[in-house]
Ligand binder design. Sequence first.
Ligand SMILES: [Zn+2]
Length: 109
Amino acid sequence: MIVIYTNILPERKAGLTIGPVILIQRRYKGDAGLLAHEKEHARQFWASFGLHLILYPLSRRYRLWAESRAFAKQVNGSNIDDLAEKMARDSYRLGITKTDARKHIERWL
Ligand SMILES: [Zn+2]
């Protein structure tokens, strides 16, 4: 996998992984949790032989599984509520509450 620190991502997006390529906003350089989150998505790409790229946008169920695991990798100590709030945002199209998101993340801790 390759990690690129860039300014080309939309302002609201801290990181984006496309297959084995991880893009992270420059200002998040040094954020170990975010890097662990995006690395998990790259791992999901390899583990699924690339199917991740198709399943992620199309299947809510798969997206929920993928993000739960990625956010679990991002947890360190007490920030699980902040992460659950992020995961419940509309941009992930999961249709879940923050409470639900927390339960899904905890499943992989
Ligand atoms: Zn993610």
